[in-house]
Every structure is written in C-alpha cells, then in structure tokens.
Design a protein around this ligand. Structure first.
Ligand code: PLP
Length: 339
C-alpha cells in the first residue's frame, strides 16, 4: 500500500523501536525521565529558547499554548483554514473560553493587513484581541511556508498592539528545510511555538512546546490539568530523538518527491494545481470534471491512497515511509488513470 493520505501514518523505524526498547526512563511528572529531559534539552537548543515541554499531541500543544496566552473572553486571530479553527473539536472554546476570529486570506497565510484589520478597538463591547496564531507550514493551504520577512512583519504588528504570537509548527521542520534557515530563526519572533514529531519526523507520538521558562512552567501545569502528564514517556522521546537525526535530508527528499508528483498532476488536464503552492511535502489540487472520491477510488485500484480535501479537492502528502519507487508508482497510476 502506498499511503499518501497524511504524514501522520508513518510507522516507527527499526532504529526507533530499538531505541524505545532500550530507553532509560523515569517518572516525567516528577521531571525524572532522563530520555524526556534529553529530548527537551536538545529541542531547547534547536529552538533557541529557555525551555521546552514534551506533550502527547499537536492538538494538546495548540490548546496548551492558547490557554497560557489568554484569559476567558479573549479573541484569537487566525486563518480560516487553520487546524485550531477546523480540526480541534471546538477545544479552544471548551478549554480556554476564547473566541476565534477566523480570517479569509488569499493564500492561506495571514498578512500584516489581515492582522491589522482584525484587531478590535479597545472598547467594552468588543472581545479583547489577544493572540495572533499562524501555522508554518500552512497545511490546508497546501503546505505553503511563511518566510522570515512575513513572520517578522506580522510580529511587528503583534508587538505594536501588545498582543501575543503563537506558532502551530506541526510542520515547522518542513518550513525550516524549505527555507533553508535554522529552526530557531523561525521560532524567535513568537511568544510560544511547538513542533510535531509524529509527522515529518516520523516518530509515533508527541510534540514539543517551546518558550520562555515562565510560559513553559505554566504549560506544564496545563498539560497536567488536561491529563497529558505522562510517566515513563522516555520510550516515546527515544523515538523522537532518533527521528531528529538526519531529518533535514529526509524532508528535503520528501519535498523533492512532492515536486515530482506535482509536476505530473499539473501536466494532466483532469486536474488544476497551482505549482507555486507546492513548497514542501503537501500537494493539494482540484478535479475538473468529477469528484475527489472518484479520484481516490481510481488511484486505490493501483494501491495508491490519497485523501479528499473537499468535494473536488484532493490532498497528497509525502512522508518518511514513501520511497522513490513509491513515487514512481504514484506517477504511473496518475498517468494510467487520467492521461
Ligand atoms: C497544522 C496542524 N496542527 C495541528 C495538528 C494536530 O496534531 P495532532 O494530530 O498530533 O493532534 C495537525 C495534525 O495533522 C496539523 O496538521
């Protein structure tokens, strides 16, 4: 099976399983798990921050971040296509009592104008604008990247209005590789940021939140309140540590393979794809005549599995478990069915 539905479908590699089996562990709720501490220290250095915190999932990372940045009744400005707005089961309202202000953007990325226009006047009738949240890369926009200039420009608006800046970095590693800049440069403008191990890195479980010592102390409390304080979780951190080794070369390969498949899709009259938006490991394209479901069905005959992203929209996602041979087979399947 060539599973291109998501980069979350990867299986732990033999090296990860071995590291998991041999991981030194302790009780992480007491801060005593040496492998968790090793991962957190390594990430603090990579992210250029005071402190980091391992959490079970990206959704929990987003929700912890928003909770430590807001008070109930505050408003969070974000893109309408964001994960926080679309795919977190209304958690921000339930957990933090915040209101989301989803912005329609031209390309799935907020601009300074978008942010300026969304910030509410300081008057009692309005919710208090408190956080600007962005995704890098922006998944639903096709894995597009916010470059450093755009991030710094938005950060300047955020600071001028005394708001806070949050980064959903589920695919931050991909952004860093695509831009060829260090991870810490993409994190620095934010108050709080996180990145996933269970997507491009290929580990089975976990994300890491990064920020100041004060915010991470607060985040540790919220993690416990949400039931995310784990005990001998070094077995999970061990896999993430293995995944970090050599990740830049592997993600560069995923990006190049995405580009190869995108070129094939773009050559086919059946589909509409903006190649400019294929910047990382995700390809999102529209189907001219027919439905996403029909494309999924036809590709499945070749054991190539992709995912619907709307009635006439399909997403293909490259990841660690997709070989160059799988990429060739996917291009052949596309040509066989749609040329
Ligand atoms: C951009 C983005 N943010 C957050 C998440 C949530 O991560 P998790 O599935 O680990 O909860 C995802 C998951 O795919 C994502 O794509």
């Amino acid at each position: 099976m060539i599973d291109l539905r998501s980069d979350t479908v990867t299986r732990p590699t033999p090296a990860m399983r071995e590291a998991m089996a041999n991981a030194e562990v302790g009780d992480d709720v007491y801060g005593e798990d040496p492998t968790i501490n090793r991962l957190q220290d390594r990430c603090a250095e990579l992210f250029g921050v005071d402190a980091t915190l391992f959490v079970p999932s990206g959704t929990m990372a987003n929700q912890i971040c928003l909770h430590v940045l807001t008070d109930p009744g505050d408003e969070v400005i974000l893109d309408r296509s964001s994960h926080v707005f679309n795919y977190e089961s209304g958690a921000s309202g339930m957990i933090s009592g915040v209101q989301l202000n989803p912005i329609d953007t031209s390309d799935g990325r907020l601009s300074t104008d978008d942010v300026e226009a969304a910030i509410r006047p300081d008057m009692p009738v309005y919710a208090r604008s408190r956080v600007v949240s962005i995704e890098n890369t922006a998944n639903k926009a096709g894995g597009v990247v916010y470059d450093l200039n755009r991030i710094h420009d938005i950060a300047a608006v955020v600071r001028a209005h005394r708001l806070r800046f949050h980064l959903d970095g589920a695919r931050l590693w991909n952004a860093s590789v695509a831009l060829d800049v260090p991870v810490h440069s993409l994190v620095k403008p934010f108050d709080i940021a996180w990145a996933a191990f269970s997507k491009g890195i290929g580990a089975p479980v976990g994300s890491i939140i990064a920020g100041s010592q004060d915010l991470i102390n607060a985040a540790r409390t919220v993690r416990k309140q949400l039931g995310g304080g784990m005990r001998q979780s070094g077995v999970l951190a061990a896999a993430a540590l293995v995944g970090l080794d050599g990740y830049r070369e592997r993600l560069a390969r995923d990006h190049a393979n995405a580009r190869r498949i995108a070129d094939t899709v773009s050559d086919l009259d059946a589909f509409d794809l903006d190649l400019e938006r294929v910047q990382t490991n995700i390809i999102i394209f529209d189907v001219h005549d027919g439905t996403a479901e029909s494309v999924i069905e036809k590709l499945a005959r070749h054991d190539v599995h992709v995912t619907p992203f709307g009635p006439q929209t399909v997403r293909i996602t490259l990841h660690r478990d997709i070989s160059d041979a799988d990429v060739n087979a996917t291009m052949d399947a596309l040509k066989a069915e749609f040329a």
